[in-house]
Design a binder for this molecule. Structure first.
Ligand code: NI
Length: 184
């Protein structure tokens, strides 16, 4: 299983690379890696396991963060209405988005960034994502709220983009134009 020791550091150049498409059907090795991303995110939210292995809690993880420059992400999060979004995807792709933006009022964090970074991160309020799951099935998701923000954060990792790249450096708490506040 993955632990924090498997994570690359924030300044690792792999986090700035555009990750490669995963050839489908996925190899057993790629499936194993994707499953391990999901396992980490799930375990990190289980208090006892997280405490034993020293796992920092997260809601999403992308393969480059564990030193694999391939297009794979895992997201596991419960929205405030208790709806669970749990997806491990090969080659996730944002195919459409709203004009309206959104931002988390708490800002964003990242398992690759071991320091607090303050500021609002402008994202699209609603997105449609396609990808392929571990069983090889095509998936199409329409997302809003925290789930939409989380998917955008993880897909950014596949394109070498860090969340703080989006923060207004001169005024980190500028409310993005035409945006809604998302309270986690
Ligand atoms: Ni991240």
């Amino acid at each position: 299983m993955l632990t924090m020791d498997d994570f690359v550091k924030e300044d690792d150049p792999i986090l700035r690379k555009v990750a490669l498409e995963v050839p489908l059907p996925a190899s057993d090795e790629d499936k194993r890696i994707l499953a391990s991303l999901m396992e980490y995110v799930q375990n990190s939210q289980l208090h006892d396991i997280a405490a034993i292995y020293g796992l920092r809690a997260g809601i999403g993880l992308a393969a480059p963060q564990v030193n694999v420059s391939k297009r794979m992400i895992a997201v596991h999060l419960k929205e405030k209405d208790d709806q669970l979004y749990s997806y491990a995807l090969f080659n996730p792709k944002l195919i459409s988005h709203s004009v309206e933006k959104a931002y988390l009022t708490t800002g964003e964090g990242c398992l690759s960034v071991n320091r607090p970074v303050s500021g609002y991160v402008p994202r699209y309020a609603r997105i449609t994502v396609v990808g392929t799951d571990l069983e090889g099935k095509s998936v199409q998701l329409r997302l809003k709220g925290t789930a939409a923000i989380c998917f955008q954060h993880e897909i950014d990792h596949l394109n070498g983009i860090m969340f703080y790249d989006h923060i207004n450096q001169d005024d980190p708490y500028t409310v993005p134009e035409n945006s809604i506040a998302v309270v986690r």
